[in-house]
Design a protein around this ligand. Structure first.
Ligand SMILES: Cc1cc2nc3c(=O)[nH]c(=O)nc-3n(C[C@H](O)[C@H](O)[C@H](O)COP(=O)(O)OP(=O)(O)OC[C@H]3O[C@@H](n4cnc5c(N)ncnc54)[C@H](O)[C@@H]3O)c2cc1C
Length: 299
């Protein structure tokens, strides 16, 4: 047997380690009416006492020096440097596994993030649960005028109620789905009449580099509110485990602004941005507001 020739040297830890999830098997947060996100595992799961799972980022980054992990303050500087300069591979050394329950229309947006590993509930194999995303009247948004993809303020009450009645009717169809399955219809066909507001679930595993990419896009105000609620929940779940990396993400990615060459020229010259493109000009106006630039000098 080949295994008999392999000697495994189980080296004892030099320092004491602790479980970054505090011995819990699941950190769960409810989202909307029937949804949830649960953190079910983390890599690393064990961190040296006095440090956070951020240590794994530095451990990987320092492999070329063989220096191991240094003081926490130095680690913070290193992580922030790596993030600022997009040295992304050390962030891939940290991974998280989540159990997510969400409506199908959210899952469709979520699954576009191809760098995660996914295992989803099978509606061919199992009966879909009688659970639907059904917003409250205050959450019914009207079509945005400025963003063709988005909704904005609350829709007036009468039309909002009509929409909710329409959802009630659609949800009523679940009975027909169930009856047809009982009469022998295959689940793989029965499901095709169900609305995209029905809930599905999956296990979702992703490394921190790609998770930050997901969060940057899906915590952003341009994302649909419903998926934003999930993204914000995920961020809240990982923040206590990798607080230094999360702070770097906020400082250098999520709350940062990217300036184009034309925008830099406009700042330098104090003149309007050199474009006739309406959308680009509007985007520059928004950035100027964020930067606190005087409207008259940058007209
Ligand atoms: C506000 C918003 C609106 C959107 N609207 C639409 C829409 O109207 N229609 C629509 O179809 N989609 C839409 N999307 C989805 C969007 O186009 C992306 O598919 C989604 O955000 C995933 O981004 P990603 O490919 O960067 O992420 P991931 O799939 O996680 O990939 C991460 C990175 O890996 C690299 N990568 C991964 N796979 C490949 C590959 N096969 N080839 C090359 N590089 C790869 C890329 O650099 C990519 O940025 C929207 C997304 C957002 C946030």
């Amino acid at each position: 047997m080949i295994e008999e020739k392999i000697e495994i040297n189980k080296i004892p830890a030099e320092t004491e380690y602790y479980d970054v999830m505090g011995g819990s098997h699941r950190w769960e947060v409810k989202v909307h009416d029937h949804g949830s996100v649960a953190l079910v595992d983390s890599m690393p799961r064990l961190a040296p006492v006095g440090q956070t799972a951020d240590f794994a980022i530095c451990q990987a980054a320092r492999v070329s020096y063989g220096a191991g992990t240094k003081k926490v303050s130095e680690d913070k500087g290193l992580i922030r440097y790596l993030y600022r300069h997009q040295h992304t591979s050390p962030f891939e050394m940290v991974e998280f596994k989540f159990h997510c329950v969400m409506p199908v229309f959210i899952a469709r947006q979520w699954i576009r993030h191809r760098t995660a590993n996914v295992n989803e509930y099978s509606a061919r194999y199992s009966v879909m649960p009688d659970k639907f995303y059904h917003p409250s009247a205050e959450d019914v948004r009207k079509q945005s005028v400025s963003n063709r993809q988005g909704g904005e303020e609350q829709l007036e009450a009468k039309t909002a109620q009509e929409f909710l009645d329409y959802l009630d009717k659609v949800e009523e169809n679940y009975k027909t789905y169930n009856n047809l399955l009982e009469k022998g219809l295959s689940r793989e066909l029965g499901r095709i009449g169900l609305p995209v507001s029905i809930y599905t679930e999956w296990y979702w595993k992703i490394d921190l580099h790609n998770l930050f990419h997901f969060l940057r896009l899906r915590m952003d105000s341009h994302s649909q509110k419903e998926i934003r609620d999930y993204a914000n929940t995920i961020f809240a779940l990982i923040k206590p485990i990798v607080p230094v990396a999360c702070e770097a993400f906020m400082d250098y990615a999520f709350e940062s602004i990217k300036l184009t060459r034309l925008e830099i020229e406009a700042i330098r010259s104090g003149k309007p941005i050199n474009t006739t493109n309406k959308r680009e000009t509007e985007e520059w106006e928004q950035k100027k507001q964020l930067l606190g630039l005087d409207k008259t000098s940058q007209a």
